[in-house]
Design a protein around this ligand. Structure first.
Ligand SMILES: [Zn+2]
Length: 311
């Protein structure tokens, strides 16, 4: 049995061992139950020893849904035993580098898979300095102007590549939009815009039968609509890149730990999976976690890369 560092730290700190003891990373490929695997629990700076943002939802031991594709998740995807051919949908929260740069690397990897069916990719519509999802893919892959024009077959399903179907969601909508459904398997994915400064950003909710998981995306925590969107979910994934005393731009973009705890409590989520750490939020990690624990009474899991967590 692997004795993970996070468990050891929890034991040494004598603090809520059960809430910090992360689950066996091998169980995502073995479980018949829906599981979420953290591909990247880090932020945009290469100083936290973690990949940037990315998550896999496994169903029946297959890697079905990828949420975000930040730098480093390409490696973790392989380490997790995930298969490109098994993906049913890729959902990108926003086009900051730490959520999107490994997408094209994964697409190249997918060239070598035996996939034949189309692959839907959802993400936000354009806004400010940021392209919409369709334009993002074109700027990468387009034959005339794309940086990786040699992969342009992904735009139309030619040259032995599978077609990417881009699905854009207007992040200013106050109602959630459905971006995926599989009636046979009773699975749906919904997207809702969340406030992340000037960056068009989406949260996602995946419903699998009676269970659900919500990915908050990066956000400053000021949206009441997000509370409704996440209400009653089994697993709530939230990002903690900033410490409690954050101010300025950081506060405009992100929620401090106390607000994360308040939001998690208000949604009634059963389990909170904390992720997207940065050195500045890890520095006083216990203090920051305490801000959350004092407000949220459910199970708290502080992610490390490749953690596999049940719903
Ligand atoms: Zn981020």
């Amino acid at each position: 049995m692997k004795f993970r560092l996070s468990i050891l730290i929890a034991l040494l700190c004598n603090a809520s061992v059960d809430t910090l003891a992360n689950e066996n990373p091998a169980s995502c490929t073995d479980s018949d139950e829906p599981m979420v695997q953290v591909l990247g629990s880090g932020g945009p700076i290469a100083d936290d020893g973690r990949a940037s943002s990315g998550y896999l939802v496994w169903i029946g031991g297959r890697s079905r849904f990828l949420i975000d594709a930040g730098g480093g998740i390409f490696l973790r995807f392989g380490e997790a035993g995930a298969r490109f051919a098994d993906l049913n949908h890729i959902a990108i929260s926003h086009f900051h580098t730490d959520h999107s740069t490994d997408l094209v690397a994964l697409l190249k990897s997918g060239y070598f898979s035996n996939r034949t069916r189309k692959l839907p990719v959802s993400g936000p519509a354009a806004g400010g300095d940021y392209p919409g999802t369709g334009d993002y893919l074109k700027r990468l892959l387009d034959q005339d102007h794309g940086a990786y024009a040699y992969l342009d077959g992904y735009l139309d399903g030619s040259a032995g590549l599978v077609e990417l179907e881009s699905i854009e969601v207007d992040p200013t909508l106050t109602q959630a939009s459905r971006v995926y459904q599989d009636p046979d398997a009773d699975i749906e994915i919904f997207a809702l815009g969340v406030p992340h400064g000037p960056v068009p950003t989406l949260a996602y909710r995946i419903r699998i039968g009676q269970r659900s998981i919500v990915f908050s995306g990066d956000q400053n925590g000021s949206s009441d609509a997000f509370i409704d969107f996440a209400r009653g979910t089994d697993v709530l994934v939230m990002h903690m890149p900033v410490p409690e005393n954050i101010s300025g731009v950081g506060r405009k973009l992100h929620a401090p730990p106390s607000l994360i705890g308040k939001i998690a409590a208000e949604t009634g989520a059963r389990k909170l999976l904390l992720s997207h750490f940065m050195a500045r939020s890890l520095e006083n990690r216990e203090e920051n976690l305490q801000q959350i624990r004092s407000r949220f009474g459910g199970t708290l899991v502080s992610a490390v890369d490749l953690d596999c967590v049940g719903f």
